[in-house]
Design a protein around this ligand. Sequence first.
Ligand code: GDD
Ligand code: MG
Length: 339
Amino acid sequence: MKAAILIGGQGTRLRPFTLESPKPLLPVLNRPFLEYQFRVLRTHGVREIVLCTAYRADDFRRTFGTGRRLGLKLRYIRETIPLGTGGALKNAERYLADSTSLVLNGDVLNAFDVRAFLRFHRARRAEISIALTRVKDPTMYGLVLTDEKGFVRRFLEKPSWDEVETNTINAGAYLFEPSVFGHIPPGKTYSLERGLFPERLAQNAMMGGWVAPGYWIDIGTVEKYLQVHLDILEGRTPFKAGGAKGLKSAAGARVTAGPGVSVAAFARFSGAVSLGRGVRVGRGAQLCDCVVLDDARIGDGARLDRCVVGARARVGTHATLGPGTALAGDSRIGDYSQL
Ligand code: GDD
Ligand code: MG
């Protein structure tokens, strides 16, 4: 089976970090996020992947090339203007239209069982099947209502609270039969979630809704981007982080560090912390539940709590960064300042 991954969005809710990198390439524990999805696909024998790019398209080819290094065959499609999730997929028709294909959003992480999903889809002779997950706040996602046989009855993108009738949402993974492509208009902006899914339901198409068990996250906001690091480091996912052996100051905390990291005396870590390549942590700095991207410098005595520090940023001595702070790459925070 072939797969397509939708990776053309601008990642506006994850600014400032997505101003210098598309969301699916942001590092998660020192690896491009998309590599985690690639690994799930490879585990299930999916090696041919079409990447539907728009925003910062060249960054993807530069990072993954042909995919050989990863044991994959990657193809790239580039939109000159963003065509939405449906328009992007229509462009991949020539690669996908010969058999059932898997389609993924490029910002979700879910170690789901592709084969079980396919069995579900075939058993229902569905035209489209949607993987589902349960969340506390469905208003940020696509709400999906199913019947007792596992068929989708309603698809409502970004519902308001008074429209929330279930906690199952679209997990951003689909199985599509080739016939679906005939229902997507060519050469124009079109949404799967606001266009194709509700329209095919209104036309009584067979649409399956399969609840994917296990861990799931969409890394689309700064809070969720931080959360995926904490979840992996604290063992709530099936994914592993490389350890940071030899960091004495990491006692009791879960810390992962890229190459070339230096940590000065009396620095203290607690909770889960991810340090990118070449990060320098000053004397007596205190870091709790945070992500520090490549080559950032944390000054002596600085305190970081539940925040993300961008690449090459400089945090002055004794500065304090509180929960939710998202420090842009290359920025400077003065000594003793508080954010
Ligand atoms: N090629 C291309 N072109 N890709 C796009 C475009 C486009 O114009 N617009 C969005 N994408 C890609 C994004 O890069 C992302 O990987 C994926 O499509 C989903 O877009 P998001 O912007 O992250 O959507 P969302 O998170 O608000 O909602 C979507 O995902 C939820 C699950 O995480 C919807 O599919 C919801 O229904 C779903 O619940
Ligand atoms: Mg998203």
